[in-house]
Design a protein around this ligand. Sequence first.
Ligand SMILES: NC(=O)c1ccc[n+]([C@@H]2O[C@H](COP(=O)([O-])OP(=O)(O)OC[C@H]3O[C@@H](n4cnc5c(N)ncnc54)[C@H](OP(=O)(O)O)[C@@H]3O)[C@@H](O)[C@H]2O)c1
Length: 376
Amino acid sequence: MSAPSESTLPATMKALLVRSPGSPLALATLPVPLPTPGSCIVKILAVQADAQTPLIVSGLPGYSFPPNFIPGAHAIGRVVASGPDATVLQPGKLVMLEGFIRARDDPDDVQILWGITAGLTPESLGFMEGNWAKGCMAEYVRAPMENCYVLDEGRLCGELGYTYEDLLQLPMQLVAMGGLRAIGVKPGERVIVAPATGAFSGAAVQVAVALGAEVVAVGRNREGLEKVAGAFPKGRVKAVAVTGDVEKDTVGMKQWGKVDAYIDLSPPAASESTHLRSCFAALRKYGRACMMTIIGKDVALPYPLLTWNSLTVKGQFMYEREDARLLIKMAETGVLRLGKEAGIEVVGRFKFEQADEAFAVATKNPEMGKLVAFVP
Ligand SMILES: NC(=O)c1ccc[n+]([C@@H]2O[C@H](COP(=O)([O-])OP(=O)(O)OC[C@H]3O[C@@H](n4cnc5c(N)ncnc54)[C@H](OP(=O)(O)O)[C@@H]3O)[C@@H](O)[C@H]2O)c1
């Protein structure tokens, strides 16, 4: 693989740009960024066309971003130039880009989701505006080195035969990895994943299985759950379609034995769903639950059960760097599967000029493992 250098970078690039919050996402020609200390320039090979992007750009409540914003967080690319302090991130390396950027001098309090939202504080909005307003829906991106992870291209794309687009599942799985590791899921444990048919929750089923757990996949749609379960060796994923009868559903979740842990990745629309109560009730004494929904209101939890069963409840936003390193190793060893054999399907590949079509296809394919990619 030839390794382009800074001196061979083109002067301009195509990107999808929002001039100001609320204005449309439009194709633009912009200067190619140059590396700075702590960053590298990555040529984008595949970036996820997330169905949420047009909603965020049009002003979805709870999301914020500065003027001249380029969306896009989950991407696979090749390093083409790097800052003077780069060691392994040298030109030619294939990398996974993920979007959880934390300020180097205030990582606990200033956090943004690159290419998605600056969060809710003036500090984080200023941090995005001054540094990371340009995400991955571009031919080239300047990326913080901390958010670039070198991938073993020979192993993943050679021996295992994955395409760059298949690798876009990794940043989705990373969110689930953060939650499952936050509650210490171990091989042999039984874990409820609820729901289990969405893009992130489906990824949680894949990661939980790869971590060695048996999964109880909970949701409303039996057919969708059976499809998720069918992508794994027999018995590793059990499907439980909830009925709304809390006691009956609890019994259904416990039918294979004690449940050690529960990860919840419900969309906000499911905040009143009875599955929450059933999942807590299905946990064994000293069981652990990880709550990951990003929601703008309080949700009731079954307090007596938490007390009597000594349950641990952990909220979790995103993940840690160690989670990313381990997840990539799991994919490289083949423990964590990607691509068609894992039920992951690339349902569309588009140029930035076809943005409307790309987002329409993404909106029609919200399920687990249906990936739509821009391949610039
Ligand atoms: N904490 C973090 O760092 C983090 C990061 C990313 C995402 N998230 C959260 O993860 C959530 C899930 O993402 P996703 O893409 O997997 O979700 P999604 O595709 O929007 O929905 C997943 C599933 O939820 C079920 N569902 C939908 N509406 C429901 C309702 N009214 N009642 C009960 N179930 C309902 C459906 O499953 P069935 O039809 O099978 O029931 C659907 O397939 C996001 O909404 C976000 O809040 C958190």
